[in-house]
Design a protein around this ligand. Structure first.
Ligand code: ADP
Length: 521
C-alpha cells in the first residue's frame, strides 16, 4: 500500500482540487466549518445570533450619539434596540429595557443642561412619547405572538399524542400542504414541501382508486370527504389512515379543503388481533359442541351406511339369480350411489364445522342453512325426547352469511333449548323453529317450553362466561352475539317465567324469493 504524505495544514487537506493556494484552501475549509456550525445551530439559533449582533451595533450607535444630541434620529436607535429586545427577551425584560432607554434619554437631556430651551424640552417629550407608544404596541404584539406560539405548541403536542395531523388541499390548483405531524406519519422529512404526488407515492397501490375518488369529490366541492386507506412504506410496512376533509371558503372566493389525517394503525392491528382471537374461540367452542353432537352425527352417517349395505345385498341377490334382473340391480346401485352421496354430504358438513377457516360471507338461503343444521341435531332432539315444529318462511330469504358460523349459532340455540326442557315433563317438550321475513330482515326464532329465564338474568345472558349450568362454559351465547354482529344483524331473547324462552336473530335480507318450503313437523 502506498501512503502519500503532504505538508499541507490539516484543515486545507479536504479542499476541492481546483483551489490552488494553501491560503485559499484554508479559507475554504474555515468557511465550510462556519457554515456547518451555523447549520448545526438551526434556523432559530442563526436568527437569534443575527439579532444579537444587530443589537450590539445599535447599542454602539446609541453610545456614540449620547455625546451629541437627544433628537428623534437618536430615538430611532432606542426604538431599534427595543424591537430587538422584543425578539430576544420576555415581556418583563422588555419593559426594563424600555424604561432604561427612557431613563438614559432623560439623563442625557439633564446632563447636557439644555432644559432651559423650549425646543429641546419638546424634543425630549416627543422622543419619550414615541418610545412609550412603540413599547406599548410592541408589547401587545409580543403578547399575541406568545399566545399563538403557545397554541401552536399545544396543537403540535396534541397532534403527536393523538397521532392526528392536518392538511390542506386545493383541487383547482392541485396543491397540498400538511403539518409536521402529517410529514411524520407519511415518513417524509419535516421541511419537505407537500405535494399531491408525494402523498400518492405513499398510498398503497390497491387503495389508489379510493384516494383518487376522494380527490374527485374535492373537485366536485362535496361537503364532507372521508377516506379510509392504507399506506405502503418504502420498507414494506403497512399503515392505516383515516382522513376527513371539509371545505373552507378562502377570502378570494377560492375553495380549499381542510382535513384531519389519523394514523389508526395501532387500533386496526388491535381490532384484527381481537377478531382473530374471537374466530379462534368460536372454533374451539364449535369443536366442543361437535363433541356434544357426536351421537347425532354417528346416527346421521349410520343411516345411509345401513341403506348402502342393504341395497348392496339386494343388488347381489338380483345378480345371483339364474336370470339376473339387471333393471332391479341397476336401481339398487342407484340407491347405493344416492346414499353414499348423502353420507359424504354429512361428513362434509361435520368437517366444515370442525375446520378452522377464515369466515367467508356469501349469498346463502337462511332456510337451507336451518334445514342442514337440523340434520345434525336430529338425534339430539330424539335423545332429549323433544318434538320439533319447523315453520320456514315461504319467501326464502338470501342473506350474506358465513354458512358454518350461522350453523354454529343455530346449533347453540337448539342445544340450549333442549337442555332447558330437560326439567319439564316429556309431553311438554316441544321445540318451535320459525323463520320469516319482515322489514327487509330475515328472522329466525327458536322457542322452547322450558321454565323460562328470570327477568334479572336476561341482561347477563350474552355476557361472556355467564352460565347457570354445572358444566357450562357460558361462552355459547356471547359467541352467537359476536357472530350475528359480524353479520350486521341483531340477536335478542324474550322469556316469560314458567312459559319458556324464545331466542331470535335478524339478518339484513339480500333478496327474498318464493320457496318451496312449507310447514314441516
Ligand atoms: P352455557 O350453555 O355454557 O351455560 P351459554 O352462553 O350458551 O353458555 O348460555 C348462558 C346461560 O344462558 C345458560 O347457562 C342458561 O342459564 C341461559 N340460557 C341459555 N339458553 C337458555 C334457554 N333456552 N332457556 C333458559 N336459559 C337459557
Amino acid at each position: 500500500m502506498i501512503e502519500i504524505k503532504t505538508n499541507q495544514p490539516a484543515n486545507a487537506r479536504n479542499a476541492p482540487p481546483f483551489l490552488k493556494g494553501t491560503c485559499s484552501k484554508m479559507l475554504y475549509n474555515c468557511g465550510q466549518r462556519t457554515s456547518r456550525f451555523l447549520i448545526a445551530l438551526g434556523p432559530n439559533a442563526l436568527e437569534n445570533a443575527l439579532v444579537w449582533l444587530m443589537a450590539l451595533i445599535v447599542a454602539y450607535g446609541i453610545l456614540i450619539n449620547t455625546e451629541t444630541r437627544t433628537d428623534l434620529a437618536t430615538t430611532t436607535f432606542y426604538i431599534a434596540l427595543l424591537l430587538m429586545a422584543i425578539n430576544l427577551f420576555s415581556i418583563s425584560a422588555v419593559i426594563v429595557v424600555a424604561l432604561s432607554c427612557m431613563l438614559v434619554l432623560t439623563s442625557i437631556f439633564l446632563y447636557q443642561g439644555v432644559f432651559q430651551r423650549w425646543e429641546s424640552t419638546t424634543e425630549l417629550l416627543r422622543s419619550l412619547t414615541v418610545l412609550a407608544a412603540i413599547t406599548f404596541l410592541a408589547l401587545r404584539s409580543k403578547q399575541v405572538s406568545d399566545r399563538l406560539r403557545h397554541k401552536e405548541v399545544y396543537m403540535v403536542g396534541a397532534q403527536r399524542l393523538t397521532q392526528t395531523a392536518c392538511f390542506g388541499f386545493r383541487a383547482d390548483l392541485g396543491s397540498m400542504g400538511w403539518s409536521e405531524q402529517a410529514a411524520r406519519i407519511l415518513e417524509y422529512p419535516a421541511g419537505m414541501p407537500a405535494t399531491v404526488s408525494l402523498f400518492l407515492a405513499r398510498t398503497h397501490p390497491d387503495d389508489l382508486p379510493l384516494v383518487l375518488a376522494g380527490f374527485d369529490k374535492a373537485a366536485r366541492h362535496e361537503s364532507l370527504i372521508e377516506v379510509k386507506h392504507r399506506l405502503l412504506m418504502p420498507d414494506g410496512r403497512i399503515k392505516h389512515l383515516h382522513m376527513f376533509a371539509t371545505p373552507l371558503f378562502t377570502r378570494h372566493g377560492g375553495f380549499e379543503y381542510l382535513g384531519a389525517l389519523m394514523d389508526v394503525t395501532a387500533s386496526k392491528q388491535a381490532e384484527e388481533a381481537l377478531y382473530r382471537a374471537q374466530t379462534q374461540l368460536a372454533h374451539v367452542t364449535r369443536v366442543a359442541s361437535l363433541g356434544e353432537l357426536a351421537a347425532s352425527i354417528a346416527h346421521e352417517v349410520n343411516q345411509p351406511l345401513a341403506a348402502i349395505t342393504s341395497s348392496g345385498e339386494a343388488c347381489h341377490n338380483w345378480l345371483s339369480r339364474p336370470v339376473p334382473d339387471l333393471d332391479e340391480a341397476r336401481q339398487a346401485l342407484d340407491r347405493i350411489i344416492a346414499s353414499s352421496i348423502r353420507a359424504s354430504e354429512i361428513t362434509g358438513r361435520v368437517r366444515a364445522l370442525s375446520r378452522q377457516s377464515d369466515p367467508l360471507r356469501q349469498s346463502e338461503s337462511l332456510n337451507d342453512i336451518v334445514s342442514q343444521t337440523l340434520c345434525l341435531v336430529r338425534h339430539e332432539l330424539f335423545h332429549h325426547n323433544i318434538m320439533a315444529k319447523i315453520d320456514l318462511a315461504t319467501f326464502d330469504a338470501q342473506v350474506s352469511a358465513d354458512r358454518v358460523q350461522l350453523q354454529q349459532v343455530i346449533i347453540n340455540l337448539i342445544i340450549n333449548a333442549c337442555q332447558a326442557m330437560d326439567v319439564v315433563t316429556a309431553s311438554r317438550r316441544t321445540l318451535h323453529i320459525r323463520t320469516w321475513v319482515k322489514d327487509n330482515e330475515a328472522v329466525l326464532e327458536v322457542t322452547d317450553q322450558g321454565l323460562g329465564i328470570p327477568a334479572d338474568t336476561l341482561s347477563h345472558l350474552f355476557t361472556p362466561f355467564f352460565t347457570t349450568k354445572e358444566n357450562g362454559l357460558g361462552m355459547g351465547l356471547s359467541i352467537c352475539r359476536s357472530i350475528i354482529d359480524f353479520h350486521d344483524g341483531r340477536i335478542w331473547v324474550t322469556s316469560e317465567t314458567g312459559q319458556g324462552s324464545s331466542f331470535l336473530f335478524a339478518l339484513p335480507v339480500l333478496v327474498a324469493e318464493e320457496s318451496g318450503y312449507a310447514s314441516a313437523i
